[in-house]
Design a protein around this ligand. Structure first.
Ligand code: F6P
Ligand code: MG
Length: 458
């Protein structure tokens, strides 16, 4: 039997927080959508990563000579081995390369093993919880790269992330223009007008989450049209709409706050490219409208689920904006750089975000991060993977309250802003889920529907 998992600071965590005596089982990779992800989408993503390494061969040679070429071969062979392990449903093996999170990953694997009985053997790709397997795959991609110096800082997904930004230019220009024109008159807006703009920017950030590259198997996923014109038509597709709570919370904070006190909104980021622009535009609006005084962003420490934002993507995108020929785009870039310089925007990363753990274990596994989130007046969790981790990726009934599915994770008032790309969904009205299943079998995974799901004092 494996010992109890440890926290990132090395303390024993104990099994109690990992088991859910009254919760349903997690989604497994041998079933439905999860199965298709592991069988088709993930091998496609690996093949694309291999191809990317191959195409950068000359660049590695120019930079590092023969050593660069050897490293490229090594990374490709490690990724090919990984693809083979997955496709032949081999046992999931421990990580070998020493890295900050290696021990905690291997402990988690031991923990998965401890859940099986002898007859089951070892955890395997198609028979383990989907959330664990999918996270593990991205962590193994990272391992293949760090095992291949001197190209060990190469991000195999960078190219596609950047492409998604460039291909969304028109829509980005429209967003920046809308924001900058609004900012010139923002002081004159009455309460109602301000609220309308608040709702608009939230919806833009929600639909920005359609643009992720892991659902599309790494193929381009850009926003080609002006999203602002589509918001009205998209309203019927918001299945849970708790935006009124967000407005009450922030507008009350604004009313009661003294000039000196801080109102902090934390945004747990998801995808780079177009979605990140929608999040930054929203964050800018929060500050400019004085609904918040400080924004903290959380990104990933390693390349993750193809399009997730790392510090390099964050800095790169803001620099690109600033450098743009379009005056409003470059104004946004310059102002955002200024927010960072003056500490009104803070970018933070933490290894916990790229562990397979569900968020109900954060207080034990990463108490420092939990304590950090407790400082926020509101936390926005962007995207589908965050939702899966918030709810433990379990087969909940559609009508189970969100608060219950969070299973004790309540660092501060929080809201999931997510388009649906995985089968887990809670907090629906009785019959709502069943009706959608009958009329539209793919509703849970197509990215066509979205939610603003709030948990906090009402
Ligand atoms: O398989 C699709 C998928 O990879 C899901 O596993 C994951 O939840 C989602 O895409 C990523 O979406 P997002 O970028 O919104 O977190
Ligand atoms: Mg993502």
């Amino acid at each position: 039997m494996a010992g109890p998992p440890k926290s990132l600071s090395g303390q024993d965590v104990g099994f109690v927080c990992f088991s859910h005596p009254v919760s349903p089982r997690p989604y497994r990779a041998c079933r439905s959508f999860a199965y298709l992800t592991i069988k088709d989408r993930i091998p496609q993503i690996l093949t694309k990563a291999i191809d990317t390494l191959h195409r950068h061969k000359n660049e590695f040679f120019e930079k590092h000579g023969e050593k660069g070429l050897e490293a490229e071969k090594k990374a490709i062979s490690l990724l090919s081995k990984l693809r083979n392990e997955l496709q032949t449903d081999k046992p999931i093996i421990p990580l070998v390369e020493k890295f900050v999170d290696t021990d905690i990953w291997n402990q988690y694997l031991d923990y998965q093993q401890s859940l099986l009985n002898e007859r089951d053997g070892k955890p395997r790709w198609f028979h383990s919880p989907w959330l664990f397997v999918e996270c593990y795959m991205y962590r193994r991609i990272h391992e293949a790269v760090i095992q291949s110096p001197p190209i060990d800082d190469f991000d195999v997904f960078k190219e596609s992330k950047d492409q998604s930004f460039f291909q969304s230019q028109e829509s980005i220009v429209a967003l920046c223009t809308h924001l900058q024109e609004l900012l010139s008159t923002i002081e004159d807006l009455d309460e109602n007008q301000l609220k309308n703009e608040f709702l608009k920017f939230l919806q833009i950030s929600l639909w920005g989450n359609k643009c992720d590259l892991s659902l599309s198997g790494g193929e381009t996923s850009a926003q080609k049209n002006n999203i602002i014109n589509s918001l009205e038509d998209l309203k019927p597709f918001v299945l849970v709409n708790d935006v009124e709570h967000l407005w009450s919370l922030l507008s009350n904070c604004k009313k009661i706050r003294e000039n000196t006190s801080v109102v902090r909104v934390d945004i747990v980021l998801d995808n780079s490219g177009f979605e990140l622009v929608t999040d930054l535009v929203l964050a800018d609006f929060f500050l400019s409208s004085k609904l918040a005084t400080e924004i903290h962003f959380y990104g990933k420490t390693i390349p993750w689920f193809v399009s997730d934002t790392t510090i390099h993507d964050f800095k790169w995108l803001i620099a690109q904006m600033k450098r743009s020929n379009h005056k409003w785009m470059s104004k946004c870039g310059a102002e955002w750089e200024n927010y960072i310089r003056t500490g009104r925007w803070v970018y933070q990363d933490h290894m916990f975000w790229t562990l397979p753990h569900e968020y109900s274990t954060m207080a034990q596994v990463a108490p420092d991060l939990y304590a950090e989130l407790q400082q926020a007046n509101l936390i926005l969790f962007k995207g589908d993977l965050n939702y899966r981790k918030l709810t433990g990726d379990r087969k909940w009934e559609f009508t189970i309250p969100f608060h219950q599915a969070l299973n004790g994770f309540h660092p501060a008032p929080l809201c999931s802003v997510r388009t649906l790309k995985a089968e887990v969904q809670v907090g629906l009205q009785p019959g709502q889920g069943e009706k959608l299943t009958a009329s539209e079998p793919g509703w849970l995974t197509s990215g066509k529907y979205g939610i603003f799901q709030f948990d906090g004092p009402l």
